[in-house]
Design a protein around this ligand. Sequence first.
Ligand code: DX5
Ligand code: ZN
Length: 226
Amino acid sequence: MPKPDMTPGRVRVAPSLLACQFEKMAEEIVAVKDAGADWLHFDVMDGHFVPNISVGPLGVQAARRAWPDAVLDVHLMIADPDRYLEEFVEAGADILTVHVEAPRHVHRTLQNIRSLGAGVGVTLNPGTSLGALDPVLGEVDMVLVMSVNPGFAGQKFIPGALDRIRTVRRKIEAEGLSVLLEVDGGVKADNAARVREAGAEVLVAGSAVFGAEDYRQAIRDIRGNG
Ligand code: DX5
Ligand code: ZN
């Protein structure tokens, strides 16, 4: 598995497959690839950590087959991520992001992801203090700031997320770290510029891409390049 390019410094758009038409997931993946998507964002939900159930490693495998050299950005909203890390990497995940709220020992979980050779991401819910990032910031390749409470596509962007993005950006810069900043939830053409200006570089977008008539235009609007 080639290492994903996680170098900060350019904006990436990651369509969230949670909002695609599942009966034709492979076609949807090819459509966003052809429309210029940078990454694919894959939401895994277990009905415990979040009140919804999605798909697991088999879905990641299917996504990998549909776009063999995609950067597969896997967002684990599950209560016991450690149990499944290896399976997700074997299924083709390039980046595994876990919630600080989920595992009992998040620091160890992040080290486990590192030892499996995948990109290491950490995220936190809108109601979790950003101080929770401090002890683990040096362990990760990416911080994901949730801009909705996780569980569903199509929710409204929580405006307070903008300040949280700015704060995380300052933390990353203050420590001189090479860490990507991703934002997930309710990102659309009409707020993407503010999200980018606040310091986000990876913009996840579910309904704003898969609900659009023209995927290419939607991705361009979110990335901000015309
Ligand atoms: C929410 C998921 C998101 C979601 C994004 O729990 O983590 O990735 O699918 O969808 P939109 O962009 O529609 O909010
Ligand atoms: Zn997500």
